[in-house]
Ligand binder design. Structure first.
Ligand code: ARG
Length: 388
């Protein structure tokens, strides 16, 4: 008996993969796995999975997503070309959970519903191919047009969303909501208000700013307004509060893994707030040299994360350095939310390298005779170069 386990979102794309796996690849049994990383339409996915597949699993991975993927991203100031990396972070975890079910089910193969154009095929397969199971990508193999897919779905009684009502391709998890496709594929077309769901238009946000306090311990957020919270709840809450103030919208041209440039819109209020606050706290506790070096480490970390190469030894190497720096990143940051902006207005840390005594205009602690000596030699090499 040939059995395949499919990573299943419940959308049209992965739904047509179920009959395709039976008809084109001769699988006797198709098992579907939906991994809960905080997306909203789980019930729908479960219902469809149970209806169309031979066996369906829903796996709650929200805590793991936060602790093993989002928290490391915060420590690394995770950002790829302006993208906070939501989808990219979730894919390896979804793939790993799919593999776990495949082992449990003693399946022969793993499948995903990605096409040949995007990033997700690589992210899935970087994980899938660490097993010796076959890897099947029906949509990439068959390269069907949207029309052909819809026709195939209709023929197999798979519900087709009215294309007019859902003209965008959306991917959602706790860390970000991504909207692409349709008219947005024209980079000259400004995103219409209707694509946004997590955030109000900044212009319609409250006229009064709101200040929130985020507490960090060793580089990760642990409290909101003085109240300790678990990671999932804290991120959900910040998505709500930030969303009400229109915080966390981005519209970027992004370099995909293949080299294609893609137009991407995102919403990520919690990510914007937490990344802004975290960076500010680092600025207070890390040395100048640590900050400078860490910027390079963070950039490479984000690139590997975007590429889904989380099992590359370099990823672990960089993460070790990042974790070491985060041992001191503890403290509280006040962030003001106002009409689309998240701005740090105050910060404090027991590990601050900041010295009010030394920097203040009002105190004569620094030996200015000594700094005069330092100044005399300052820029020495430029003077040697100019033969002065
Ligand atoms: N561009 C992002 C990434 O590669 C998000 C893609 C999400 N997919 C979608 N259909 N909206 O991670």
């Amino acid at each position: 008996m040939k059995k395949v386990v499919l990573s299943y979102s419940g959308g049209l794309d992965t739904s047509i993969c179920i009959p395709l796996l039976r008809e084109h690849y001769n699988f006797d049994s198709v098992v579907t796995v939906t991994v809960d990383v905080g997306q909203p339409d789980l019930k729908e996915a479960q219902k469809k999975g149970e209806k169309f597949s031979d066996r369906h699993y829903t796996v709650d991975a929200k805590d793991e997503f936060v602790h093993d993927y989002i928290f490391p991203a915060i420590k690394a100031n995770g950002n790829y070309e302006g993208y906070v990396l939501g989808t990219a972070l979730a894919r390896p975890l979804i793939a790993k959970k799919t593999v776990e079910i495949a082992h449990k089910e003693k399946a022969n193969a793993l499948a995903h519903g990605c096409t040949g154009k995007g990033n997700d095929q690589f992210r899935f397969e970087a994980v899938f191919r660490t097993t010796n199971l076959d890897v099947i990508a029906p949509r990439r193999d068959l390269n069907l047009t949207r029309e052909e897919e819809i026709e195939y779905a209709r023929a197999h009684d798979i519900p087709v969303p009215v294309t007019k009502a859902k003209p965008w391709s959306v991917d959602e998890n706790l860390w970000s909501r991504s909207i692409e496709g349709g008219k947005l594929e024209d980079p000259g077309y400004a995103p219409p208000e209707e694509i946004f769901q997590w955030t109000v238009p900044p212009g319609k946000a409250p006229n009064n700013p709101e200040i929130i306090r985020v507490g960090f311990k060793k580089g990760v957020p642990v409290a909101l307004n003085g109240k300790r919270m678990n990671g999932v709840a804290l991120i959900q809450r910040l998505n709500e509060i930030g969303g009400q103030h229109g915080v966390g919208r981005t519209d970027i041209i992004e370099d995909r893994i293949l080299g294609l440039k893609a137009r991407e819109n995102y919403e990520h209020p919690a990510a914007t707030i937490l990344l802004t606050a975290h960076k500010d706290l680092e600025q207070v506790v890390l040395t100048r040299d640590e900050i400078k070096f860490k910027m390079l480490v963070d950039a490479t970390w984000a690139e590997l994360a975007y590429h889904g190469l989380v099992d590359d030894p370099l990823f672990a190497d960089l993460s070790a350095l990042i974790d070491k720096t985060q041992e001191r990143v503890t403290g509280e940051v006040k962030v003001q939310l106002f009409k689309g902006n998240a701005k740090v207005v105050a910060r404090e840390s027991p590990n601050a390298l900041y010295s009010k005594e030394l920097v203040s205009f009002d105190v004569k602690m620094l030996d200015s005779k000594a700094t005069e000596g330092y100044a005399k030699f300052y820029g020495l090499q430029a003077r040697l170069f100019k033969k002065l």
